[in-house]
Ligand binder design. Structure first.
Ligand SMILES: [Fe+2]
Length: 499
């Protein structure tokens, strides 16, 4: 287990094995208006950017053992047309609250054992703790902090106070999970999502949440072994599952249940079983199951119907699973060689006859694919991603380390086949970008890319607003934070302005 403690001095060369400081813990909870500004805040940019991600990688005074095991911390940037207000607050999960006074990690995790790591502290306990650390979405009057292994936490959209577990008035029963990448059809206002089920049998469930916030189960099916799926797509006809062959080994679960190892030790990649594509009709009709060559991926950009075909765009990883998992388990550090945490944007076309045709859309290695969310389920012209291609050498001497943190914002125009990139200067890094339209009803892609840059030399972060049409020109507005913001995961923009 690797602690993510700040051990480097900003501006000094890093050597292999040093933690990247964008993963430093932020304990404090802030609330202030951004005053360290440059450029011009777009007058039409009104709404709220919510972000979620791991804010700290320790619990009960001890480091956690996997980058996914940190406590979820929400951030909000509220744009009222004149100024930007920032606020951050940890989700008050059971894990977070217990970690305030526990000795050692308050719960088990992907790579973490509880307490002192002993058999007594871990045997026969549920192997995962809900960290509520992956995404945040506003739907049907609720702000939900999401985590794929369990139920959402309802959050006050203004104060970010945790209201409690949200089970959709009992609609999400038992151990049912509600994953972290739901898709909203802006034309109907419905939210679609899925959950992984473990008991009484391993499987997947597809959900629709209507505009009143009521959850409906569209489908539920078994999988021969527990499989990990992270994201889904939506078209006019289907919920689209692209399930990679990441599996949980039943034999590997024995030491997990005995409390000897964390859940991550039972995970593996089985290329021989391939990637499975499941098309679940939105009307609850008969599912279509197809198989294609094994791919390692986590995130889909978007899906859409094209005549009788279904088109899927995703990030196809180039690293092998074991290397990647080892990287996640030991934290993000400088090293002579690092796996690329990402891959090229890739298009899959599923034909009427069930053929799956794969095409890489670019050579650029990227992650966190996004679109103008109004295009969800429809053919989109622009894809947004952050660039992880640069393994930047951070010092001139031969002992220098390399970093693989995201360091660019790229817009891919599918119509023109053109890419434009804003590269973060001075070895900084950047988190996922979220699109906000220039005004309600603006054409696709006419708007702003919102992201948070980490300034390595100052160990501080700042909000960037880029013109989504011309990212290469650099930010039109920069709003400095008084501190760093740990490099998080996912977020969303809503036109509701947080108070
Ligand atoms: Fe994700």
């Amino acid at each position: 287990m690797a602690p993510h403690t700040p051990t480097t001095t900003a501006g000094k060369p890093m050597v292999p094995g040093m933690p990247l400081r964008e993963f430093d813990t932020l304990e404090a909870e802030h609330d202030y208006v951004l005053t360290d500004e440059s450029g011009t805040l777009p007058a039409g940019l009104r709404g709220t950017l919510y972000r979620n991600g791991m804010g700290r990688w320790e619990s009960g005074g001890s480091p956690v053992g996997h980058v996914f095991d940190g406590d979820g911390m929400l951030s909000v940037f509220a744009f009222d047309g004149q100024r930007v207000r920032f606020r951050n607050r940890y989700v008050r999960t059971t894990h977070f609250l217990r970690g305030q006074h526990s000795r050692g990690p308050a719960g088990r995790g992907t790579g973490t054992l509880r307490g002192d790591g002993s058999f007594r502290a871990n045997a026969f306990r549920w192997p995962l703790s809900n960290q509520a650390n992956t995404n945040v979405v506003w739907h049907a009057g609720e702000l939900l902090a999401l985590w794929e292994g369990g139920k959402p936490h309802a959050i006050d959209p203004d104060t970010l106070e945790t209201k409690g577990i949200h089970d959709f008035a009992g609609g999400l029963r038992g151990f049912g999970s509600f994953s972290a990448h739901p898709k909203i059809d802006v034309r109907t206002g419905e939210l679609f999502n899925f959950g992984t089920t473990f008991l009484p049998f391993p499987g997947l469930a597809a959900y629709r949440v209507d505009t009143t916030g009521t959850l409906h189960t569209l489908a539920r099916w078994r999988t021969p072994v527990p499989r990990l799926n992270h994201d889904i797509g939506l078209t006019d006809r289907y919920l689209v599952f692209v399930v990679p062959p990441m599996t949980v080994s039943p034999a590997g679960m024995l030491p997990v249940f005995l409390g000897l190892r964390p859940l991550g030790s039972a995970l593996g990649f089985r290329p021989e079983i391939g990637t499975e594509i499941v098309l679940v009709p939105r009307d609850g009709g008969r599912r279509i199951h197809l198989h294609t060559d094994a791919m390692l991926h986590f995130h889909l950009t978007n899906c859409y119907d094209d005549g009788a075909d279904t088109v899927i765009e995703l990030i196809r990883y180039t690293a092998d699973f074991d290397t990647l998992w080892d990287h996640f388990q030991h934290g993000f550090r400088t090293a002579p060689e690092q796996p690329a945490v990402g891959g090229p944007l890739t298009r899959l076309r599923v034909t009427r006859t069930g053929r799956v045709i794969r095409e890489d859309l670019t050579d650029r290695i990227a992650e966190f694919p996004q679109i103008d969310a109004r295009m969800t389920g429809r053919r989109h012209r622009y894809s947004y991603s952050v660039d992880v291609a640069h393994h930047r050498k951070v010092s001139g001497d031969q002992d220098a380390g390399y970093e693989v943190v995201p360091s660019g914002v790229t817009v891919l125009d599918h119509e023109r086949g053109a890419e434009a990139t804003y590269e973060i200067p001075n070895y900084g890094s950047v988190c996922e970008t979220v699109f906000a339209p220039r005004f309600p009803g603006a054409p696709e892609g006419d708007g702003w890319l919102l992201t948070v840059e980490y300034l390595r030399d100052e160990h501080r972060s700042r909000l960037l607003v880029l013109d989504a049409r011309y990212p290469e020109r650099g930010p039109v507005y920069v709003g400095g934070l008084r501190h760093h913001l740990p490099l998080g995961l996912h977020g969303s923009f809503t036109t509701r302005i947080a108070a």
